[in-house]
Design a protein around this ligand. Sequence first.
Ligand code: NAD
Length: 279
Amino acid sequence: MNRFAGKTAVVTGAGSGIGRATALRLADEGANVVAADIAADAGRETADLIADAGGGATFVEVDVADLSSVERMVDAAVETYGSLDFAHNNAGILTDFVETTEVTEEKWDRLMDVNLKGIWTCLKAELPVMKRQGHGAIVNTASMAGLVGMGGLSSYSASKHGVVGLTKSVALENASRGIRVNAIAPGPTKTNIQSGLLGGSGAAGPASLRDRIRAAAALVRTAIRTLRADFDTSTMRDVPMDRIADPEEMAGVVAFLCSSDASYVTGHTIPVDGGQAAD
Ligand code: NAD
């Protein structure tokens, strides 16, 4: 398929996980991709993977918490490829799995700066370009934690609820301008971010798959306990589909939301969660 030929996409957090999978998918469908990440080596590797496969890609180093850095990223996209058709505002971090009273002010501030302000900085820089063009499709990465509360992850959950609200509001502001703004709410997905759940700072190093599954399962059970205090979670399946998602399964939904197949979809957060939200 070459449905995105001649289009330009910016993907933040493109050096790893869901962002890398989206960058590869959009490029595979013909888009030129600006692979943006705070981690230069990882981001450059994504751009190289796309180039090796014959696609168009440029790496840009960005800290989404810093508006001027994000503005440089958008400028680079327009200067290099002449337009900005799609944006996957995806970069995010996770915090320690602790009670709200144990969250430090420093960690609260950085989490909000990256996960919530980092979406706003992207929207602020991207929308003027899309308004001038008269079209654009934006997909923000929220989380299942943006749809339900999660004990032990309150700052993360608060930041992702913010992403959902921002997505709805910005979609309303731009609905009549040919610009669509949606979000995905991933369930547990096989990426590096889950190492943060295993305690410490998130710099604990690669977790074993078993540990990751345990951590993700704990997350899901916590979410359900938060919603349904009377519910016995000890015997229930953690994810109705009984598995953790691959990042490519998120990328497919992002590609759909960018495409003209989603031409009448705006302001929504789509759970991509193996059925968790259906419970
Ligand atoms: P990941 O850690 O594999 O990738 C995140 C990427 O974002 C990394 O390459 C990292 O360098 C980059 N990044 C971090 N801070 C940044 C900053 N300030 N500026 C620019 N780039 C930055 O994790 P992932 O799971 O692919 O996460 C992508 C998004 O998906 C995040 O927003 C995360 O909250 C969300 N999410 C993930 C899961 C999951 O289970 N993996 C579930 C729900 C939501």
